[in-house]
Unconditional design. Structure first.
Length: 117
């Protein structure tokens, strides 16, 4: 009787161990949403860079064009982070920098790989 009980306990323990080993903890943390040009960035340019940097504007760099904005993001970040009144500050007729949250979003777009969609 002790042998049967021992075998039964070993069988139950073996099944329990197999179950525990096969269960791996899954990471339920959702993937962070990536910043994209069409969803997040284009609206910033339309709101803050009109009329110069949009289609029909005097400046040849059109930020409403994904490829152009993507290729010039380093320059855009540089110019928008300068102090108002300094040479090259953008937005040109602005008296204040873009909000920190807006600049952070532009930086995140760059960090996320400058995605279009």
């Amino acid at each position: 009787m002790n042998v049967k009980r021992l075998l039964l306990q070993m069988g139950v323990a073996s099944i329990a161990m197999s179950f525990l080993i096969s269960c791996s903890k899954t990471d339920d943390t959702p993937e962070p949403v990536k910043v994209t040009y069409n969803k997040d960035i284009k609206a910033i340019f339309v709101a803050n860079c009109t009329p110069c940097h949009l289609a029909g504007g005097a400046n040849p760099n059109k930020w409403d064009d994904y490829a152009t904005a993507k290729s010039k993001i380093t320059n855009i970040l540089d110019r928008t982070q300068r102090m108002p009144g300094t040479t090259g500050f953008m937005p040109r007729n602005g008296t204040a920098q873009l909000p920190a949250a807006t600049i952070a979003l532009l930086k995140q777009w760059q960090a996320d790989g400058l995605l279009e969609n």
